[in-house]
Design a protein around this ligand. Sequence first.
Ligand SMILES: *Cc1c(COP(=O)(O)O)cnc(C)c1O
Length: 354
Amino acid sequence: MSKYWNERIQKLEPYVPGEQPKDKRYVKLNTNENPYPPSPKVLQAIRDAANDQLRLYPDPNTDDLRETLAEATGLTSDHIFVGNGSDEVLAFSFMSFFSSDRPVMFADITYSFYKVYANLCSLETNVIPLDDEFKIPVDAFCEPNGGIIIPNPNAPTGQAISIDSIRKILDANAESVVIIDEAYVNFGAESVVPLIKDYPNLLVVQTLSKYSSLAGIRVGFALGNPELIDGLNRLKNSINSYTIDRMALAGAKAAIEDDLYYKQMADKIITTRQNTINSLLDLGFKVIPSQSNFIFITHPSIQAETLFHDLKNKGILVRYFNQPRISNYLRVTIGTDDEMNQFLKVLKGIINIE
Ligand SMILES: *Cc1c(COP(=O)(O)O)cnc(C)c1O
């Protein structure tokens, strides 16, 4: 605490990001980054954008990138808002659409930033427990609320829900905005972007950080009806008009245009995920079904926290959440085959000793 902090800052409970350690080289399986490099075309586009134009502000409306996204999604560009990472898009969405009259709904086990945003915006919350199998209880999201946010697939469980389930939630909530956070949708779930034309209350949020191997340039976007997009623009232009720099705009555009490359990388990750799951089942782990680039696992006899520390000491970094219901689970990002083999080798060593 500081006497210079105003009341708003004193009340905040900030998000704690996964470690980006600098003490030694780890096999880094803790923040769901893509293990494969960005498309070579992306890197070339970023290099080309590093020119004397950088003295000029970037396009505040991100028109060129939105046109590219419009073509890729089959929407028109007035359905698209681009932000500095989807975390920014999500924060802007909470500020723009969620109401303090009624509680905002999200799951008890989900992306922990939602609670931070709700607190930042002084919103009441109705935290919905996942069922015993960590599935989203669809009916519980059909009660009156001031807004809903669900990641599909969910994080950190990795499990997806069907389009029909999301349609049901949208039908029951015509008066509030339903945000579907599709950060991991390209690793095996189904996108609800095609529902946007039928549901003016649907906002789909996506990111280049995971599927497109671009966590380092910070680009995310929202797709939804033009009224929602206008709302986000009103907010953005009241905070910072130029949220996306010229190099990020160029790299993002090239990434959207080279989807073929990224599909191939995602296919590799999905194959590696299945092989990793098979090996973990052989070691006695329980693995939550995953449609994402990470898995959520627990072992019947060795505490997750112990495993987390033992793995870290041996150079393997995974994510541990010391939270109710999931304190005996680890979230493990799917890396390359080589990284997963190192992870499994170290894990076998630990299990044999314990
Ligand atoms: C990683 C992640 C994000 C944030 O992505 P950025 O675009 O890098 O800000 C949003 N939602 C979920 C569920 C995530 O896991």
